[in-house]
Design a protein around this ligand. Structure first.
Ligand SMILES: [Mg+2]
Length: 166
């Protein structure tokens, strides 16, 4: 199912080496807005340490953001010392393929971590990646997002129900 993530958690710090190794993940494609930074562009506390620890276990990273704010993305990429792609056109496969080529890791060994089903999860699933949905650090209070969140909430409710039943 394209809409369902393989794993849901509060934030990136709950993505452990153990989970990645169990699922044969060698690289992570990272969303930026609401996954790594809040609306004021503050990096999630502990993000650098989390990234460093996974790198020590040979996990590779690439940022893939739909944002066209180059400076913002570069700032995050520098803080984590990882390559980046901005204006990533998720959920289209194009951006994911660019990230995959940068990392030189097969899709089946890649995970995507993001806060949105409609860009991060759908795009990742279309590329047969391991998809991880995190709770948005802080939500935009604009109308369209409210609607999207409501739909996402419904999908997740159904997902959790299915998981319990199956
Ligand atoms: Mg996001």
């Amino acid at each position: 199912m394209l809409l369902y993530p393989d794993f849901c958690c509060k934030n990136i710090k709950e993505v452990t080496v153990e989970r990645l190794e169990k699922n044969n993940i060698k690289g992570i494609i990272l969303d930026v807005d609401n996954t790594l930074i809040d609306l004021k562009h503050n990096l999630l506390e502990g993000a650098e340490e989390w990234c460093k620890e996974l790198k020590e276990h040979n996990i590779k990273f690439c940022i893939l953001s739909n944002s066209n704010n180059k400076e913002k993305i570069i700032k995050v990429a520098k803080a984590l010392d990882v390559p980046y792609i901005y204006f990533g056109t998720k959920p289209l496969k194009r951006g994911f393929k660019r990230a995959q080529k940068k990392l030189n890791i097969e899709f089946e060994n890649l995970a995507i971590i993001g806060d949105q089903i409609f860009t991060d999860v759908i795009g990742g699933n279309r590329c047969n990646m391991y998809t991880i949905l995190v709770e948005p650090i802080k939500d935009r209070k604009i109308f369209i997002n409210k609607i999207k969140r409501k739909i996402e909430h419904k999908i997740l409710e159904k997902y959790n129900k299915n998981k319990k039943e199956g």
